[in-house]
Ligand binder design. Structure first.
Ligand code: HDE
Length: 705
């Protein structure tokens, strides 16, 4: 026996004792503490076979310091399950936030469809909505410049309807066959494994510069639409045209829209970059806090309805997913609302395992011939088979319809159902109550004639790649145009290959010469590159103000968050006044102090902070107030986090409220006066300023392209 072993065998476990209130803790065999509480009843911890565990802290060993025994079925079961906890993340849209809620119809489309969910006014249908980024992995940050997926599963009485859309009404490509290339180009480059969740790299812009049909989408993704302030403040679009089918079998084309009750709101690029560092879960946390606080996000549901004759008169092909139908051409009809009011019980079980599929429609809704949609009808079911691992994924509670469902599909991995009886086929004469087809009520496709020659030729009507991109750009305000130009300069500056930068600027010339010049100058190109020959002449379409983001912002505090920076000696009366005024308008308020324990106010009371200054920068708020005593200001003038707090708020065009001490900090940070920098003692001035961004300030803080 070795010396070592003799020594250790005689060693006794002697855990350090910590004084804790009697009756609230039990000490386990290894010294670990179990919170129990006097008289509390606990459920029994068991294996997956239902065997109660006597010890969940120590594996079975030959002796206290000896080898672990293979016999330990408890250890093996626990570790094996753990080893298999992950499933493949979604190839796209891996990072997301999901919330339960309901849809309520407010206007009937009975004339157009038999789908009950669109005909019964007042009926509430449960939904599960998942909002995602596209390019990053499941653990990536919430705020890259990226499209947001907007997927809604309606658990209707006639089966599940999935509307799997985005927060942008058009897409990059016109044909599903290009999708793997697009995604390979945007994802991290395969040789180096970066960048994660970013379009600003060579392979993305290489693909885009060689794909003129993506130019309209490029205008959208370079706009602030891809930098949402909150998931509660984005629009959603079904993107493709679908069909509604009525009782007579007549069909009408439809585009679906979600419009947020809080209006649209985005962040600025510099702010977005800093949010990613300050809180990688910014959007998920914000949604969680809103739902927990009862501030349920809400969207209007609207449709654009049009006939084949209307479509024939459009100056574009509505089957082309790189085109939208301007609201000015076909107005939106609001027909319902969606409220998200319940956070999932378990992220994995619900948000991760939910399986959307654009092919999930109900009788009365049908597909159009949009070639991208046609490809999607195949892709989603296929991806679930590898992601969720079994053809029975529809039985997972989050995916199962809430109406009865029955058929003769049987068996397979992880079969949860136990069908009875002898019959698993149709037609049959042996079972009177086995499921049968229902010719009158069952799903029917629109009876549309199709003829022509099979080919791999793109329709001529898909050839115009620039007109709507131009229409989008020209419809924006000057601020938004400057942001688009600057985003292009930022992104293309990250592209190493000069010829890719030049090809992109060449495309921009078809969108707007001035845009091309601004980007060329921003990139420091020696001359404006030649524009490629367009496949179809560029049309001058009328501007569509509905395409603006700024035009859809609301000057409200509802859903916004105000940060109040305090320190020892701050005046509690002023803090309370500002806090109350903001909360009365529906804002949430967070107190920031040098220490999270709080600050000792002028009256000697202690005010606990919601965030420590160093970890809670102003990028996390929509407006800030700096309420300091003279001494407090003196201390914070020496603190770079405090200087950054106000400098960033100013640079990000936010309202800044100040009192006398706050003014000293602003002075130390070199912040001048403007309409958004307001004395909190001027009645209502700060609250009014906090409702909007100070767009006018931008030219004084940033050189935009
Ligand atoms: Fe998707 N897409 N997609 N997509 N998509 C997926 O399905 C695909 C497209 C969208 O929260 C995948 O379950 C193809 C357009 C959303 O779970 C996959 C094509 C639009 C989500 C897939 C498209 C979308 C996905 C990956 C070109 C807007 C997330 C995981 C034909 C209208 C849904 C999954 C969720 C997810 C394929 C294009 C929206 C691989 C082949 C256009 C919101 O099946």
């Amino acid at each position: 026996m070795s010396k070592e072993k003799t020594k250790t065998d005689s060693k006794k476990t002697n855990p350090k004792k910590i004084a804790l209130p009697q009756g609230e803790v039990q000490r386990g065999a290894g010294g670990e503490l179990h919170q129990t509480g006097e008289g509390t009843q606990h459920s029994v911890l068991t294996t997956n076979q239902g065997v109660a565990l006597s010890d969940n802290q120590n594996s079975l060993r030959a002796n206290p310091r000896g080898p672990t025994l293979l016999e330990d079925f408890i250890l093996r079961e626990k570790i094996t399950h753990f080893d298999h906890e992950r499933i493949p993340e979604r190839i796209v849209h891996a990072r997301a936030t999901g919330v339960h809620g309901f849809f309520e119809l407010t206007a009937s489309l009975k004339q157009y469809t038999t789908a009950r969910i669109l005909t019964e006014i007042g009926e509430k249908t449960p939904v599960f909505t998942r909002i995602s980024t596209v390019a990053g992995g499941a653990g990536s940050v919430d705020t890259p410049r990226d499209v947001r997926g907007f997927a809604v599963k309606f658990y209707t009485k006639e089966g599940n309807w999935d509307l799997v859309g985005n927060n942008i009404p058009v897409f990059f490509i016109q044909d599903a066959i290009k999708f793997p290339d697009l995604i390979h180009a945007v994802k991290m480059e395969p040789d180096r494994g970066f960048p994660q969740s970013a379009t600003a790299h060579d392979t993305f812009w290489d693909f885009i510069s060689l794909t003129p049909e993506s130019m309209h989408m490029v205008m959208w993704i370079m706009s602030d639409r891809t930098l949402p302030r909150s998931l509660r403040m984005i629009e959603g679009f079904g993107v493709h045209s679908f069909r509604l089918i009525n009782k007579a079998g007549e069909s009408t084309f439809v585009k679906f829209h979600w419009r947020p009750k809080l209006g649209l709101q985005s962040t600025l690029w510099d702010e977005t970059v800093k949010i990613a560092g300050a809180d990688p879960d910014f959007h998920r946390r914000e949604m969680f806090e809103a739902v927990q606080a009862g501030n349920f996000p809400e969207w209007e549901f609207a449709v654009q309805l049009f006939t084949q004759e209307d479509a024939d008169a459009f100056p574009f092909d509505h089957l082309d997913p790189t085109k939208l139908i301007p609201e000015e051409l076909v107005p939106l009809r609001v027909i319902g609302r969606m409220v998200l009011d319940r956070w999932p019980n378990n992220f994995f079980a619900e948000t991760e395992q939910v399986a959307y599929c654009p092919a999930n429609v109900v009788p009365g809704i049908d597909f159009s011939n949009d070639p991208l949609l046609q490809g999607r009808l195949f892709s989603y079911l296929d991806t679930q088979l590898s992601r969720l691992g079994s053809a029975n994924f529809h039985q997972i509670p989050i995916n199962a319809p809430k109406c009865p469902f029955a058929n003769h599909q049987r068996d397979g991995h992880m079969q949860m159902a136990q069908p009875t009886g002898r019959v698993a086929y149709e037609p049959n004469s042996l079972s009177q109550d086995s499921p049968r087809e229902t010719p009158t009520k069952g799903f029917r496709s629109a009876a549309v004639p199709e003829m022509g020659e099979k080919s791999r030729i793109r329709a001529e009507s898909f050839a115009d790649h620039y007109s709507q991109a131009r229409q989008f750009y020209l419809s924006q305000t000057a601020y938004e145009q400057a942001h688009i130009a600057s985003a292009l300069v930022f992104e293309l500056s990250k592209v190493e290959h000069v010829h890719i930068r030049e090809t992109m600027v060449g495309h921009l010339r078809h969108i707007e010469e001035d845009l091309a010049c601004r980007v060329a100058m921003g990139l420091g190109l020696a001359k404006i590159p030649t524009a490629p020959i367009p496949a179809a002449p560029v049309q001058d379409l009328p501007p569509s103000p509905a395409l603006q983001l700024i035009g859809k912002m609301k000057n409200i505090l509802m859903g916004r968050c105000i940060g109040i920076l305090i320190a020892d000696g701050s005046d509690g009366t002023v803090i309370n006044r500002i806090k109350k005024a903001a909360m009365d308008e529906g804002a949430s308020v967070k107190i920031i102090a040098p220490k999270v324990g709080g600050a000792k106010l002028a009256d000697g009371s202690l005010l606990a902070a919601d965030g420590q200054l160093a970890g809670t920068p102003s990028v996390l708020f929509d407006a800030v107030a700096v309420l300091l005593s003279g001494d407090g200001a003196k201390t914070l003038c020496m603190e770079s986090a405090a200087i950054d707090f106000v400098r960033d708020a100013f640079g990000h065009l936010k309202a800044i409220g100040f009192d006398k001490g706050g003014a000293a900090l602003l002075q130390a940070a070199n912040i001048g006066q403007d309409a958004g920098v307001v004395d909190v003692n001027k009645k209502d001035a700060f609250i009014a300023a906090a409702k909007t961004r100070q767009w006018e300030r931008e030219k004084s803080v940033r050189m935009l392209a």
